[in-house]
Write a protein that binds this ligand. Structure first.
Ligand SMILES: Cc1ncc(COP(=O)(O)O)c(C=O)c1O
Length: 290
């Protein structure tokens, strides 16, 4: 990379901030309360053995040092106002700000996984409603909202593929990937520990059925089909592709990152797709990383 490119690639973010502990010096304090007109409380009675005798290793800094430190750190947060997002990069580059406002609502942004169920009902309802809608749209049987992006969804999906085969007593070795697939597909397969085998497209830019027939065997765990594929073409013989895989115990994975092109037209679950992911930050314009 040239000097010029390095400068350009890093100019949005300033990461020259040291630790707040490095600014600490004994006796410095950000704020001291003035004498208060309230009776003293015996804290040892209130807290018993939980009362701290010392504050331990805490930085001692002035108010302005704290403000500047955290303000500078906040510039490390990459934001759409600073540059292009590398997530969902190939289609949507801008998602409505109003969706970010919604995701920042207190009940959503401040929810905690260990929060008692009783006070998590609103969040659980959102999760359930969203899951039901996505199942209706995709025609699949079950869903997880855990993965944070497309490639993460692929990784989760392929771990499920592997678990499926292991439960049948054989892990299988390969994933078939058409040459029109999205680049994250072979990367995911390799990360899950599979060998990647390339599958040629036909003259129309779709999966070449004859090639699939000859390459499919009991070593193949799944085929990862990007639809519409990276050439922008809709695969037309998905039923056939699914049948060929299923006949030899393989699974059909669909990369549904660009499901916006299919919503309301066709449900992948009815095409014979076994596992798929959606990019909510693309098809449904949620904030990135959803
Ligand atoms: C077809 C396809 N698959 C996977 C991905 C990866 O998604 P993400 O960038 O959210 O990891 C993308 C887009 O970026 C995509 O277009």
């Amino acid at each position: 990379m040239s000097k010029h490119m390095t400068r350009k690639a890093t100019r949005h973010v300033n990461q020259n901030e040291g630790l707040i502990f490095e600014k600490s010096s004994p006796g410095k304090a950000a704020w001291k309360l003035p004498p208060l007109d309230v009776p003293d409380v015996d804290t040892s009675k209130l807290l018993g053995s939980f009362e701290r005798k010392t504050l331990g290793n805490m930085p001692e800094v002035s108010e302005i040092e704290i403000i500047r430190h955290f303000t500078r750190l906040s510039t490390w947060n990459y934001a759409i106002d600073l540059g292009m997002y590398p997530l969902g990069s190939c289609t949507m580059k801008y998602n409505p700000r109003v969706n970010e406002v919604v995701s920042r609502l207190d009940g959503i942004a401040n929810g905690h996984p260990y929060q008692p169920e009783k006070i998590s009902q609103g969040a659980l309802r959102i999760i359930k409603t969203l899951s039901d809608c996505l199942l209706e749209i995709t025609g699949m049987d079950a869903i997880t909202l855990q993965p944070a992006a497309g490639a993460h969804g692929e990784f989760t999906g392929l771990l499920m593929v592997r678990a499926h085969h292991e439960s049948k007593g054989t892990a299988r070795k390969k994933i078939l990937i058409p040459d029109s697939a999205h680049g994250t597909n072979p990367a995911t397969a390799a990360m899950v520990g599979y060998a990647v085998e390339n599958l040629k497209s036909n003259s129309k830019g779709m999966v070449e059925i004859a090639a699939l027939q000859s390459q499919m065997n009991e070593d193949v765990a799944a085929l990862m089909l990007t639809n519409p594929n990276t050439l922008g073409i809709f695969e037309q013989e998905i039923h056939k592709v699914a049948d060929i895989l299923h006949a030899k115990g393989g699974l059909l994975y669909m990369d549904g990152a660009n499901m916006n092109a299919l919503v309301g037209k066709v449900r992948p679950g009815e095409l014979g797709v076994d596992v798929m992911h959606l990019n909510l930050h693309k098809t449904f314009s949620t904030p990135h990383g959803g």
